[in-house]
Ligand binder design. Structure first.
Ligand code: ARG
Length: 573
């Protein structure tokens, strides 16, 4: 029972003249010294109404309440306080039975019922490399998506594709000139990146190439068949390749409406802005002046009539509001875009839309590799796929060394390698810049994904050894059996297990998946302490079933927490 539940129980027991029971129960506190009780009701609160001293009130209430049926182990009067002691074993039994009954749905809730959350994440750019810089948005967004669903929200995952812009004109020119020198079938996106780089080199010598690029971009805009079919080819190629990475990361989307989708949806929003006199013309361009809010202007239409990234985001926000009537719309995008989102949200506020307050930018820091490589800016691109492959390869080597007889080694290495990368990306407070190291993320004895997966595999191995006894876990535990759980380690582990739902809820409220990462580390550590200090299958016979129940519950919660993070759990490793 948590504080809220305890208050409810106490309210239903109390019957104080002239004092509302719910109000009385609201005074319940967790005492600093819990040796006397887990919860305490300060009785001086009722001295005025009852015209008695707190000491007497506490004594009267203690004898009155103790006579009633109640879920506590003890209700006692101490110095004007009414102290409540929980029946830990009964509590533990209730928690274990709930996990055993519910399995993976343990921790589900309906707190989000009827609420829609749009989450804009990953949002990759067509024909550009899917590099390590996209790791955070993809896995943070993916984790929030699963957590919201677990809490009963209607989550809508949106990949706001970067599928618009002059770079596609450049790519068409490059493809028409050097397309026959590359093998797209074999090299895929890498081939496109090559000719794109070549375009930039050649354009420095021959500026007419840029004019040609502009021409071909205009052809896409005007719906020229050749231009469109080339563009669609680039798009399909990109989506096919990133799709493979998404599968490995367990990432899905409900919508791939990207920037191009908003081509015909910007005009009405721009008209509304103009009608509200929010638009200023500056050197032929249309802007919204935000100087009053200490921001540079939000540029919406260039002098040549071209629209911008912000114009598309403005249209996208309106489209999402109209289509999904969201409760919140999240944008999981690097902190480099802080200003962009502040501007877009401000413009919507100035338009008088009260839902501007439901738009949330969820920023995160940068990921760099130990050797300093990371960004496209430095010209050295680190492809996400290569990072995953290398992590898998290394985990295969570790596995071969640690457990040479392991079956399905390849499959396990995939789960461990990819899981290690995801776990790392979700380990820190998301706003921090982080440095990636293969050795650190793959170690089995740090605060890593493999450590958690290994702990789960250990629990599963105990369950396998228990054989048919596993089927006996459904029956209620007797208080004698539950005695087997008492002790510091057992109590700590059960208390952690009982906090699963609240933890997910907290993570979602702060848009911070690392709260769940931290939590699952704590459970794994707590379980390993328990395992070190308590016998399980060879414990005293009357204790075996409850202890096995604890192992089972731990395994369920670890696996479900990992699933929320996008990580798979091997049965053995
Ligand atoms: N494609 C953009 C980029 O890679 C991110 C888009 C984020 N979403 C948005 N609605 N602006 O920088």
């Amino acid at each position: 029972m948590d504080l809220a539940q305890v208050k409810q129980e106490i309210a239903s027991l109390l019957n104080i003249e002239g004092v509302d029971s719910n109000e009385a129960a609201s005074y319940v506190v967790i005492p600093q010294d819990t040796t006397l009780g887990d919860y305490a009701l300060p009785c001086f609160r009722f001295a005025k109404a009852l015209r008695k001293s707190p000491v007497v009130i506490a004594q009267d209430l203690a004898s009155e309440l103790s006579a009633k049926a109640h879920p506590f182990k003890k209700i006692e009067a101490v110095n004007g306080y009414l102290n409540f002691t929980l029946d830990r074993n009964a509590e533990a039994g209730k928690i274990l039975s709930e996990v055993i009954l519910k399995g993976a749905s343990y921790g589900d809730s309906d707190e989000g019922a009827g609420k829609t959350i749009c989450i804009d994440y990953s949002s990759i750019n067509i024909a550009k490399p899917f590099h390590i810089g996209h790791l955070s948005t993809t896995v943070i967004g993916g984790a929030l998506y699963k957590m919201y669903k677990k809490l009963g929200y209607n989550a809508v995952g949106i990949n706001h594709l970067g599928d618009w812009g002059t770079q596609f004109g450049k790519l068409i020119v490059a493809y028409k000139m050097w397309g026959d020198t590359i093998d797209i079938e074999k090299e895929g996106m890498l081939a496109l990146t090559k000719i794109y780089v070549k375009f930039h080199e050649e354009a420095e010598k021959d500026p007419t190439l840029d004019d040609k690029a502009r021409y071909w971009f205009k052809q896409i805009e005007d719906g020229n068949e050749e231009a469109l079919s080339l563009f669609n080819m680039f798009k399909e190629l990109t989506l096919k390749e990133v799709g493979k990475v998404y599968d490995r990361l367990d990432i899905t989307f409900d919508s791939y409406n990207g920037e191009a989708f908003y081509n015909d949806k910007m005009a009405p929003v721009l008209d509304e802005l103009r009608a509200q006199n929010l638009v200023t013309v500056s050197e032929g361009a249309e802007i919204v002046d935000l100087s009053e809010y200490n921001m540079s202007p939000c540029l919406l239409v260039k002098a040549d009539g071209a629209t911008l990234y912000a114009t598309r985001d403005l249209a996208a926000a309106f489209y999402r509001k109209n289509t999904y009537d969201f409760y919140k719309c999240l944008y999981v995008v690097a902190y480099q875009q802080n200003l962009h989102f502040k501007q877009v949200f401000k413009v919507i506020e100035l338009m008088g839309k009260d839902w501007h307050k439901d738009l949330v930018h969820v920023p995160f820091g940068m990921v760099s590799l130990e050797d300093g490589t990371m960004s496209t800016r430095k010209g050295k691109v680190v492809w996400l796929k290569d990072v995953l492959d290398k992590a898998v390869e290394k985990s295969y080597a570790i596995m071969s060394e640690k457990n040479a007889n392991l079956k399905n080694k390849e499959e396990v290495a995939e789960k461990v390698g990819v899981g290690a990368v995801i776990f790392f990306a979700l380990s820190n407070n998301r706003i921090k810049d982080i440095t990636f190291s293969y050795d650190k993320v793959l170690t089995f004895d740090g605060e890593t994904g493999p450590y958690v997966q290994y702990t789960n595999a250990r629990a599963r191995s105990i369950l396998r050894k228990a054989g048919a006894l596993q089927d006996e876990l459904n029956k209620p535990f007797t208080s004698e059996e539950l005695e087997g759980l008492s002790g510091k380690e057992g109590e700590e582990l059960i208390s952690l297990i009982s906090r699963f739902r609240a933890t997910v809820s907290d993570a979602v409220a702060k848009y911070e998946p690392s709260i769940v990462t931290r939590y699952v580390i704590d459970i794994a550590k707590s379980f390993n302490r328990y395992y070190l200090n308590n016998r399980i299958l060879n414990a005293e016979e009357k204790y075996v079933r409850a202890r096995l129940g604890l192992v089972y519950a731990t395994h369920i919660v670890i696996e479900e927490a990992l699933r929320l993070l996008g990580i798979k759990a091997p049965e053995e490793m």
